[in-house]
Ligand binder design. Structure first.
Ligand code: ADP
Length: 256
């Protein structure tokens, strides 16, 4: 009957739609890959000239008597701007690379020891800021992945938590395991994120207006990199936050 005809037409047109979408997606996917490759190449090529500028700006600073205070100030400005650009190019390179799913350097990892080392590394910084940095781990946090990438992921989260939490606050890392997944919470009592901004924090280059400046080491790429790494490992990072109360970033990864 008429109904059957309509249903068949609908089914056929939606199959057509899927085929068309797939076909249309291919050039988009290809140009996306080219863009990523370009980003990776460009940031890689920028490293050597940046290094040359940095060395030449920092060298005169070691002989303050030979250059006047005015020139020292200028060399200092060049050196800091160069440091900032170096960090940005490194972040861009890392992002372009992590986007590619690669299991080259994967092996069995004990996340507990990675997190333990990280806490030891950031303890002094937390103490200076009078932040209570706590770690609460369950026994088995084994998974398969890239050690360097996972250290980077948690470094970015812990650095953010310490940065956006005022003195006397608490930053706590907690883990749990639900079925075949491990959950790591990086929780802070910091400034929090406004509800209208919460969807944006993982976007590249996005930073809230009150965020740390470039001079403070912020590039707006830290969370984009962390998310890319989590996804690369078959996982995901989510966030809940309340302005003026704090934020909790939850990393979910497939366990071994
Ligand atoms: P940035 O280099 O600016 O820290 P990120 O990608 O790491 O870039 O973070 C993006 C933005 O998300 C930050 O600029 C800040 O506004 C917000 N943000 C990230 N972590 C936190 C946190 N723990 N508490 C409050 N805001 C945060």
């Amino acid at each position: 009957g008429l109904g059957g005809g309509i249903i068949i037409t609908l089914v056929l047109s939606s199959i057509g739609g899927i085929l068309l979408t797939r076909q249309a997606m291919q050039p988009i996917e290809e140009s996306f890959q080219r863009l990523k490759q370009f980003t990776a190449d460009a940031s890689h090529e920028l490293r050597s000239p940046l290094m040359a500028i940095k060395i030449n700006a920092e060298l005169p600073l070691e002989y303050p008597d030979e250059i006047g205070p005015k020139d020292a100030e200028k060399f200092q400005a060049i050196a800091s701007a160069t440091n900032q650009m170096t960090r940005l190019t490194e972040d861009l390179l890392l992002l372009a690379r992590t986007d590619r799913v690669s299991t080259q350097n994967w092996n069995t990892i004990d996340l507990a020891s990675i997190l333990d080392n990280l806490i030891q590394l950031y303890k002094p910084q937390a103490e200076v800021k009078q932040i209570n940095l706590k770690l609460q781990l369950i026994a088995n946090l084994q998974l398969i992945g890239d050690t360097v990438q996972l250290i980077r992921l948690f470094t970015n989260l812990v650095e953010n938590a310490l940065y956006y939490t005022p003195s006397q606050g608490v930053v706590e890392i907690k883990s749990s395991r639900v079925g075949s997944q491990v959950f790591i919470d990086v929780q802070d009592t910091g400034v929090g994120i406004a509800p209208e901004h919460i969807d944006k924090v993982f976007e590249r280059f996005w930073r809230a207006t009150q965020s740390r400046s470039y001079w403070d080491g912020g590039s707006g790429l830290g969370l984009a990199i962390a998310q890319a790494i989590a996804q690369n490992h078959g996982g995901l990072i989510t966030v809940t936050s309340k302005l003026g109360v704090g934020s909790c970033f939850t990393v979910r990864l497939p366990a071994l």
